[in-house]
Design a protein around this ligand. Structure first.
Ligand SMILES: Nc1ncnc2c1ncn2[C@@H]1O[C@H](COP(=O)(O)OP(=O)(O)OP(=O)(O)O)[C@@H](O)[C@H]1O
Ligand SMILES: [Mg+2]
Length: 539
């Protein structure tokens, strides 16, 4: 279906891919994994023709169409929902827009041009585009009254369904997606998992989300050592078998037959579990062959994430009094009263992700139109990881210069000091001198974390901190937050993160707050709280 030949990619001295030859076949779902900065997004850009490789080429079978799920959820903000879907067929959309524009200034001179465009439009079945886009949207659960709303006024989790409709518009043979579960709530992720598990064409998806990879993939494609290797099976299978490979490699005195037997038993056990599991979909292949010699232990590195505080905060951290926030006459939360005290590690939760993001923006003084009051304890100092970080990386300064902007002491301004810091976040040597606007998604988050660490604040606020990070970074981050002695307010769709860090759960609803000292699991499973939540969102 889609093949890659002799592909090499290099940025300056840094080699990302070296002579890669591989192919992707119909009916399979390939989960592309690899460390932050290993080249996953770059690879997808090359597959979809948005970027040229240093050498080599990509071939898509004749007559087949490829489509890409847009990663930036906000680039269509000034477009209507229905038009956003039609843009999925770019050529058709361009013709339609040109006709609309020419009509605004209809005269004899452009009548002929309009005529010829209309003919092309008709040949592409353009007159039915709107109705088929509408049908697609309705199938994806986007009600008709939203079809003519502007994208900027759409809830984040619906946006991704609309962008998915865009990528599915015209029934593509290859569907390409880069980290589709970022910014999604739990329910929408489950919905997407089911949708993809039943999509019959070829899917190539980058993700750092283990649960998602397990639910949708028939193959894992690991990017490491400048190559891409496909392994049949889902993520857990790949992970466990690569761990087994690593163990076997160190057992020098074990006989080859013994190793082989161990491997066969492992595969048999695993296949039995897959067959029993709820997620075993019809097209999920049984895992029968695997050559352990082919699996190389991964070369990923753990970043050193350590949050220290300049000073300890007093008992009073943050006081919030009757906070209310609406957008466009829609209330996101109201009657929020909250007193954060020393030792609190709070999951800030809401059914609507716009609510939690607005909450952080308000208490960081980035939004001024709200009702109610908040005040920080005088001994507190804050550090905030916002959901969106694009605007921090707009110029082309090097990583060292970038971090220096946030230094407060002479010592911190020193190159050696800054480099030491970047090294902890796995940017060493030349890497620390690259320009900050070429960073990958995960690398940007790592830079934001190094900035936060340097701030040495005693209160941390984190809006979806695991987005973009690779599994090694997530583990290091999770451990550091467990150890952190200050206060934390955070919002995450990562279950493990929420469960292992928080001692208090706070939910923001349009009819008030739910506030409990308990673990995340206890909160989600409590029947009384379930009833309460139902009532508070429906009022
Ligand atoms: N124009 C460029 N010049 C130099 N380096 C670049 C350029 N573009 C990308 N890079 C680097 O190439 C590497 C690969 O980037 P890419 O975005 O493909 O990573 P990724 O695997 O998608 O990472 P993530 O998991 O964080 O999304 C990164 O280290 C990035 O900084
Ligand atoms: Mg990427």
């Amino acid at each position: 279906m889609l093949s890659v030949s002799n592909l090499s990619v290099q940025f300056g001295k840094r080699v990302l891919f070296d002579d890669v030859n591989t192919s992707f076949n119909t009916g399979n779902c390939y989960g592309i994994i690899g460390a932050n900065g290993s080249g996953k997004s770059t690879f997808l850009k090359i597959l979809s023709g948005k970027m040229d490789p240093t050498s080599g080429f990509v071939t898509l079978e004749n007559g087949k169409r490829m489509s890409v799920l847009e990663q930036n959820h906000n680039i269509y903000d000034d477009k209507k929902v229905i038009d956003t879907v039609i843009i999925g067929n770019k050529k058709l959309y361009d013709i339609k827009s040109e006709i609309d524009e020419l009509y605004l200034d209809y005269n004899d001179a452009n009548a002929e041009k309009i005529g010829s465009l209309q003919q092309q439009f008709e040949e592409m079945d353009g007159w039915n585009a709107e109705s088929s886009a509408a049908a697609l949207l309705s199938n994806l659960g986007i009600k008709e009254d939203l079809h003519h709303t502007l994208m900027r006024d759409i809830d984040g989790k619906l946006k991704v369904r609309i962008l998915l409709a865009q990528s599915l518009f015209g029934d593509p043979d290859v569907l390409i997606m880069d980290e589709p579960t970022n910014d999604l709530d739990y329910e929408t992720i489950v919905w997407l998992e089911n949708f993809l598990a039943n999509f019959d064409n070829c899917i190539i998806v980058v993700s750092h989300d283990r649960h998602f990879l397990d639910a949708v993939c028939t193959h894992i494609s690991d990017i490491d050592y400048n190559k891409i290797s496909h392994y049949s099976g889902n993520y857990t299978f790949w992970y466990e078998s690569s761990q087994l490979a690593l163990r076997q490699r160190t057992q020098q005195n074990k006989k080859a037959e013994e190793k082989k037997k161990e491997l066969q038993e492992f595969i048999a056990r695993f296949s039995a579990n897959v067959a029993k599991s709820k997620q075993a979909t019809s097209r999920k292949k049984m895992i029968d062959k695997l050559n352990i010699e082919e699996i190389k232990p991964s070369s990923r590195r753990y970043p050193a994430i350590i949050f220290e505080r300049d000073r300890e905060a007093g008992d009073q951290i943050l006081n919030i009094d009757n906070l209310k926030y609406d957008i466009e006459n829609e209330c996101l939360f109201d009657k929020i009263n909250l007193n954060v005290v020393k030792g609190d590690k709070i999951v800030v939760f809401s059914k609507d992700s716009r609510a939690t993001t607005a909450f952080y923006q308000i208490i960081n003084s980035n939004i001024s139109e709200f009702q109610g009051k908040f005040s920080w304890g005088i001994t507190t100092s804050q550090s905030y990881l916002p959901l969106e970080n694009h605007h921090f990386f707009s110029d082309n300064s090097s990583l060292v210069e970038w971090l220096r902007n946030y230094a407060t002491t002479e010592e911190e301004r020193e190159e050696v000091y800054l480099r030491g810091f970047l090294g902890k976040m796995v940017f060493s040597g030349e890497e620390a001198l690259k320009s900050c606007n070429v960073l990958s998604g995960g690398e940007k988050v790592r830079c934001m974390l190094s900035k936060m660490m340097m701030t040495r604040a005693n209160v941390l606020m984190l809006d979806e901190p695991t987005n973009h990070l690779d599994l090694e970074s997530i583990t290091a981050f999770n451990n550091s937050l467990k150890k952190f002695k200050g206060s934390v307010l955070f919002t995450t769709h990562d279950h493990e993160f929420a469960q292992s860090i928080a001692n208090r759960i706070v939910e923001l609803t349009p009819s008030g707050i739910i506030d409990r000292y308990m673990s995340f699991d206890e909160y989600m499973e409590d029947e009384k709280i379930k009833d309460l939540r139902m009532k508070m969102y429906n009022n």
